[in-house]
Design a protein around this ligand. Structure first.
Ligand code: MG
Length: 372
């Protein structure tokens, strides 16, 4: 069965409230959707968000990478030899992980559909891992003034979220105050994870995390305290603090994951399909995590349901992924798709009755960029 065509289109979905981190503010999801069609007419969908400040991938660069490099490279290839397709994608253009992820997700969706299985079943069988069909995601609390963050946290808990991922700012007393006030407002039973998004220096990180520890704020983990390139700083913080450290922007590739594990530069790894270039490389990071007993989080950018569903299927299929930060669809004000996993507050349910990712309709005008 060969790949017959590759098409692209766009979706635009307003967010419930603007999303703010130490790096950016965004008020809608504007994502590229890929559709890969097999010779028999079966189709697979993938998605990529432009997150220039994290991946370096813009709307224009994602589209150009797919249109001029990836789609021509994979079109006409044999779906019975997926390894050759993923190798061709890697080889045709360096980096461009979001563009690769969009096509990779569409291919996995298609492969699972051709096998008449939900994607989590296909991935679970390939790894021999036991599968889960029900996941629990955290909800992101944007960095704002303290009273607004407290209000957002209470509202999240009232919506049924038991895990909050709190974005913080520039370190020091104010970030400690943010977490202290939130902890006081939500009580002891809510799990709080903190994401600094590279906002701290290594000394600030140790000082701030130590203050949170001394204040008994019960932080589950701190994500990416220092700059993504500062592996030494990441290790410095990991060694100095009791609180587990989760690497996010420092781990894109399988090689990054290998280095972090070898140097023990962080305790946990955050796997995002837009960083790995899709499911194929994410599975290799899961293999490494399994071999080394490392816990992983499955995360997402500001993405809608196509690519977040792919990450949810991966999470359901791999037991090393013990934490889900898959709140993209919860942050969107509408769900414009048909089918797919159910995102219901904190709960994500993977339906066993739908093949592939499960999404059957995408409201985008598609343009064929490669056909054979
Ligand atoms: Mg993060």
């Amino acid at each position: 069965m060969k790949i017959k065509s590759v098409s692209i289109g766009y979706v635009s979905i307003p967010l419930v409230t603007p999303f703010k981190t130490a790096l950016r503010t965004v008020d809608s999801v504007q994502d590229l959707i890929v559709c890969v069609e097999a010779e028999n007419g079966e189709i697979g969908f993938g998605e990529a968000p432009p997150t220039a400040v994290i991946t370096g991938d813009t709307k224009e660069s994602i589209e150009a990478a797919i249109r001029f490099y990836i789609a021509p490279a994979v079109c006409g290839m044999d779906l019975d030899d997926p390894e050759a397709i993923f190798a061709a994608m890697e080889k045709c253009i360096a980096k461009n992980t979001s563009a690769k992820a969009a096509v990779d997700i569409a291919l996995y969706d298609l492969l699972a559909k051709l096998n008449r299985k939900p994607l989590f079943r296909l991935l679970g069988e390939q790894s021999g891992s036991s599968v889960r069909t029900e996941l629990e995601t955290d909800l992101t609390i944007s960095v704002n003034e303290i009273d607004e963050m407290v209000r957002d946290s209470i509202s999240a808990v009232n919506q049924g979220f038991r895990i909050l991922k709190v974005k913080v700012g520039k370190g020091g007393e104010k970030d400690v105050a943010r977490i202290r006030e939130i902890r006081q407002a939500v009580g002891p039973d809510v799990l709080i994870r903190v994401d600094a998004n590279q906002g701290w220096t290594r000394e600030e990180a140790v000082r701030t995390i130590t203050m949170m520890e001394d204040a008994g704020l019960q932080i589950e983990l701190v994500e990416q305290p220092v700059s993504c390139h500062d592996f030494k700083g990441l290790k410095y913080v990991t060694d100095a603090c009791e609180t587990p450290i989760l690497a996010d922007e420092s781990v894109f590739s399988v090689e990054d994951a290998e280095r972090i594990i070898e140097e023990h530069a962080a305790d946990y790894l955050n796997i995002k399909l837009m960083k790995t270039g899709g499911i194929h490389n994410a599975l290799r990071i899961c293999d490494l995590a399994d071999q080394n007993g490392i816990r992983c989080m499955a995360g997402c950018m500001l993405e809608s349901k196509v690519s977040v569903s792919a990450a949810a299927h991966l999470t359901g299929a791999r037991s090393c992924i013990t934490m889900a930060d898959l709140d993209g669809p919860s942050l969107c004000s509408i769900d414009p798709y048909e089918g797919g996993p159910i995102f219901e507050g904190a709960k994500i349910i993977l339906p066993d009755s739908l093949y592939g990712i499960g999404i059957s309709k995408v409201p985008a005008d598609f343009e064929v960029v490669a056909s054979c």
